[in-house]
Design a protein around this ligand. Structure first.
Ligand code: NAP
Ligand code: MG
Length: 484
């Protein structure tokens, strides 16, 4: 494809108070197609003044939105679901262009992203408090849930639609106005979502989007604004830690979806066909650039060789190429720096004694491509086990006992997703309880669901998104002591 502006109608300005506008200092940045290196669009880059103006606009719109009937908010969210679903091909193409992922991954993301609108349309009308008589019988204890207020949302590039809707939908359902700062590698999808929400009937100012190349100072300006009440962040543990410090000054409520280092445990009694299929999904969905991607495979000795051979073949058979070609199963990585990172990780693991079973080297030619890779014979202490790989590389480690598998799986500060494969139900549940992770996939490699609470323990985060939990991240409990 060689056309200059493939998406002439996709907005490229800031969206503040229901208006599309340039940055106050006219700054812009380019968005690239990682599959070709070509410039897709030039987008406005918010200044600190713009960021503060967005928080002001959100706050101005907040009281009316909080007072809007839950049913009305729900109907707007339902319309957003319908609009997004009806335009799924268009949005998937936008995601493929700016992110590089395979078509099926982008189409799957749009469906998942839209489902957050539907789920929170359903949750918006189901928020309740409670009433009880105090133990002493002297009063009634009445509680109610109120919207927390102006919320700053910061999202990563790996799921440009879903990471945005997973925050926007519960915030709107709860009655909160938001300012979204999308990743600067992928701002176009977020702007398209904002456009769609306005069309669905979200009032001016309730959803604002401020792409910014200067993310550090722009987010800081919003977190230090006295009207901000909430920060919901998805991204790396490193940036999350810094934002927690910034959030401390204004005592902000925080939700943090941070990095993962998911273990995938396969016991001797597992169904190997099912394990290979699920391992492929858990590793290769989104080209491995997912926070819940299986990052370390621990395989019991009895089936190690068989699993390794079959898994390597499954990955080697995946066609890789530009995501616009719908027959490709593996797309481009987000940028060439990401390709360099995984190349280095594989080389270090080999230096530490591992063997490359398939893949291992970046592809020649234009675009940020790295092939599906399996590395076997990984020993304890291999540096690849301590890194969130965030790419299509699967390191395989052998283990003997359940106790050893758990010790290896839990030997990390990260605790987002985990996976276990076994035919023994008691073991599956015992191991699930013992894994230090917010989520466990039992005999399956795909766990994301808008109806389920998504989140991590330890350094992987605070709070949960999705499920009935997600809306409460944007609400406060008020207690009223009543004499009657
Ligand atoms: P990142 O570098 O932490 O960036 C995430 C967001 O924070 C982007 O919008 C980024 O803006 C912004 N940002 C970067 N530096 C900042 C700073 N100093 N102050 C304020 N904002 C800042 O993460 P990423 O590289 O985009 O994404 C990969 C990471 O996200 C992985 O660790 C992955 O595990 C994690 N992730 C977690 C989940 C989850 O649910 N737990 C889901 C998806 C991804 P710019 O783009 O402009 O730098
Ligand atoms: Mg980054």
């Amino acid at each position: 494809m060689t056309e200059q502006r493939p998406f002439a109608d996709v907005p490229t300005q800031l969206f503040i108070g229901g208006q599309w506008r340039d940055a106050s200092d006219a700054s812009t940045f380019d968005v690239l197609d990682p599959a070709t290196g070509e410039t897709l669009a030039t987008v406005a880059s918010a200044s600190e003044d713009d960021a503060r103006a967005a928080v002001d606009a959100a706050t101005d719109a907040g009281a009316d939105w909080a007072a809007t009937a839950p049913r009305v908010r729900a109907e707007i969210l339902q319309r957003a679901y319908e609009l997004m679903t009806s335009r799924s091909d268009e949005i998937a193409e936008l995601i493929v262009r700016e992110n590089g992922k395979a078509w099926a991954d982008a189409a799957g993301e749009v469906k998942y992203a839209a489902e957050f609108f539907r789920w929170y349309a359903e949750e918006a009308v189901r928020v309740s408090g409670h009433l009880q008589t105090s133990p002493q019988g002297d009063k009634r204890i009445l509680t109610l849930q109120q919207p927390i207020g102006t919320s700053v949302l910061v999202t990563p590039w790996n799921f440009p639609a879903a990471m945005a809707t997973r925050k926007i939908a519960p915030a709107l359902a709860a009655g909160c106005p938001v300012v979204l700062k999308p990743a600067s590698d992928t701002p176009l999808t977020a702007l398209a979502v904002a456009h769609l929400l306005a069309e669905a009937g979200v009032p001016a100012g309730v959803v604002n989007v401020v792409p910014a190349r200067r993310s550090g100072i722009v987010v800081k300006a919003m977190l230090s604004h006295p009207a901000t009440r909430k920060l919901s962040f998805t991204g790396s543990t490193e940036v999350g830690r810094a934002l927690l410090r910034d959030a401390a000054d204004q005592i902000l409520s925080v939700s943090m979806e941070l990095g993962g280092n998911a273990p995938f445990l396969i016991f001797d009694d597992a169904d190997v066909d099912a394990a290979v299929e699920a391992a492929t999904v858990a590793k290769m969905r989104n080209g491995g650039q997912s926070c819940i991607a299986a990052n370390r495979f621990y395989v019991q000795s009895g089936i190690y060789d068989e699993f390794a051979a079959r898994f390597a073949k499954a990955l080697a058979d995946m066609p890789m190429g530009r995501g616009l070609d719908r027959s490709m199963e593996v797309g481009a990585m987000i940028n060439t720096a990401a390709v360099d990172d995984v190349t280095k990780l594989v080389a270090e693991s080999v230096e530490a004694g591992a063997t490359v079973a398939t893949g291992g080297e970046p592809s020649a030619g234009a675009g940020a491509f790295f092939p599906p890779t399996v590395v076997t014979g990984i020993e304890r202490g291999n540096p690849i086990l301590d890194h969130e790989i965030f790419g299509p590389v699967a390191p395989l480690v052998a283990f003997d006992t359940e106790e050893e598998a758990l010790e290896l799986a839990n030997a990390t500060q990260l605790g987002l997703a985990s996976y276990v494969f076994t035919a023994d139900l008691a073991r599956a549940l015992r191991v699930s309880e013992a894994l230090e992770a917010g989520m466990v996939g039992v005999n399956r490699g795909f766990i994301s669901d808008p109806a389920a609470p998504f989140g991590g323990v330890k350094h992987s985060g605070l709070g949960r998104e999705g499920g009935s939990e997600g809306i409460h991240e944007f609400m406060e409990t008020k207690y009223i002591a009543v004499e009657w």
